[in-house]
Design a protein around this ligand. Structure first.
Ligand SMILES: Nc1ncnc2c1ncn2[C@@H]1O[C@H](COP(=O)(O)OP(=O)(O)OP(=O)(O)O)[C@@H](O)[C@H]1O
Ligand SMILES: [Mg+2]
Length: 438
């Protein structure tokens, strides 16, 4: 059943900032499926303060107080620190029915908006609106939020293995085995396919390794919906937006024109697939110039089996399915097509990836751990520090700390903001966030 859309305020969606209760409005329907998903466009800034009657039905989001979230994270103590991105720091906590009757006992990740940061209420609200309504095994579950005075927090299910970025690129860790990589690619693809094929399609827009979180069994879940957009409606072929996203993952036509389609996400997926195959980051400033942008460098090599074997992640030690690698490389090649119409849909990507996890032509060899060279590690560390400075994780005086910003993240939490109207100028490089603590 499609309900007539109503303009509503975020307060109606977030009806009781600061009060301890679950989102269950009095006039709400029980099943989310019988309710049209609320979009950010249903909320206009002019209606922010209006008190409208509809709230999110059946979302079961918990509205936490700041005091409760301080309690469960031991006042956001460093021992509970999980990492930090563009939104702000993330801490581990634990909730149970002692905190609030009826709460399922479970570990959670609490993301706190950095009030001096580049993101703000809008990104927080986008996250609550999308993740509060979308539920899928390959999307991270939003358990609740806090909205008290200027404080904005998000409470998620805790993902024990942290982000794919940390698992894939962390320096002193065991390399992710081939099958695990294929499982992760498939899970992430299913998450994207779900978004693209929803009754009201969603373009995720920030698909990248740091936004893929991993459960204990390496089930991949998409997180961070702060940049998500509703897909085109009716006869529209695209959504026109300011260029926002992450450098190295964003589709070239989107960067050039600001025209956003589901195919832009497919391009980003192609970049991620390349990262899984090669073990290289989407952008790596420590490499020779022509190798810095992974998609530009690797795409021409994907079709040639000999060249492909040379581009495969050395940390795999050759222990991968050759057939699987060829199929995955051919898929990445298509996803990275410069003509968006030639890219496969995410459901085709899912179908192509499904059989790859089970291919068993994997040579068995001794596991050898390769320690990265000092110079690279040192350079990486310096680059991280430098780009963190530029990126403004502590960016009090950033000129774009206002509501009308254009931004492009560079490969991780590198939120790039620009007042420029030329889309391609909204790019900036960034850094890696601190390592994930398990
Ligand atoms: N639900 C979660 N469970 C466990 N760890 C999490 C969870 N959410 C985030 N993290 C960790 O917190 C860190 C910061 O995550 P966050 O999503 O804020 O930033 P990011 O993805 O690193 O950067 P960006 O701002 O570009 O999204 C990451 O290292 C991630 O591993
Ligand atoms: Mg993230």
């Amino acid at each position: 059943m499609t309900l007539k859309k109503k303009k509503m305020s975020w307060r109606s969606f977030v009806p009781s900032c600061g009060k301890n209760e679950t989102l269950k409005g009095k006039k709400v329907v029980d099943k989310q499926t019988s309710f049209q998903r609320i979009s950010l466009s249903d909320l206009s800034t002019s209606t922010l303060s209006e008190d409208l009657s509809i709230s999110l039905a059946g979302s079961n989001l918990h509205v936490f107080t700041l005091a409760e979230l301080k309690l469960i994270t031991q006042n956001f103590s460093s021992s509970n620190f999980l990492g930090e991105g563009g939104f702000g720091p993330v801490h581990k906590g634990f909730i149970d029915d002692k905190l609030r009757p009826g709460l399922k006992a479970q570990p959670v990740a609490v993301k706190l908006l950095d009030l001096d940061g580049l993101q703000g209420h809008r990104e927080w609200l986008t996250e609550v609106i999308f993740l509060g309504q979308l539920r899928h095994p390959h999307l991270v579950k939003l358990i609740g939020y806090c909205c008290e005075d200027e404080h904005r927090l998000l409470v998620y299910e805790y993902m024990p293995r942290g982000s794919l970025e940390n698992q894939l690129f962390r320096r002193y860790s065991v390399s992710l085995p081939w099958k695990m990589r294929m499982k992760i690619a498939l899970g992430a693809a299913k998450g994207l396919a779900f978004l693209h094929e929803a009754e009201k399609p969603v373009i995720y827009r920030d698909f990248k390794a740091s936004n893929i979180l991993l459960d204990s069994d390496y089930t991949a879940k998409l997180s961070d919906f702060g940049l998500a957009k509703d897909g085109p409606e009716g006869d529209d072929t695209h959504v026109s937006t300011r260029v926002m996203g992450t450098h190295g993952y964003a589709a070239p036509e989107y960067i050039m024109t600001g025209h956003l389609t589901a195919a832009s996400d497919v391009y980003s997926f192609g970049v991620l697939l390349l990262e899984l195959l090669t073990g290289r980051k989407s952008v790596d400033k420590n490499r020779p110039h022509r190798e810095q942008n992974l998609a530009d460098w690797a795409r021409p090599l994907l079709k040639d089996p000999r060249k492909l074997s040379r581009t495969m992640d050395p940390r795999l030690e050759g222990q991968y399915s050759e057939l699987g690698a060829h199929k995955a490389a051919a898929l990445a090649y298509q996803c990275l097509s410069h003509r968006p119409k030639l890219r496969p849909t995410m459901s085709t990507v899912v179908k192509t990836l499904e059989p790859l996890e089970d291919l068993d032509d994997i040579p068995i060899g001794p596991f050898v751990y390769t320690v990265p060279t000092e110079s690279v590690s040192h350079k990486e560390g310096e680059a991280e520090k430098e780009s963190k400075k530029k990126n403004g994780h502590h960016h009090q005086n950033h000129p774009l700390h206002n509501s009308h910003r254009h931004w492009m993240k560079s490969p991780k939490s590198r939120n790039v903001y620009s007042e420029s109207t030329a889309p391609h100028q909204n790019l900036r490089h960034g850094l890696n966030s601190p390592l994930h603590h398990i």
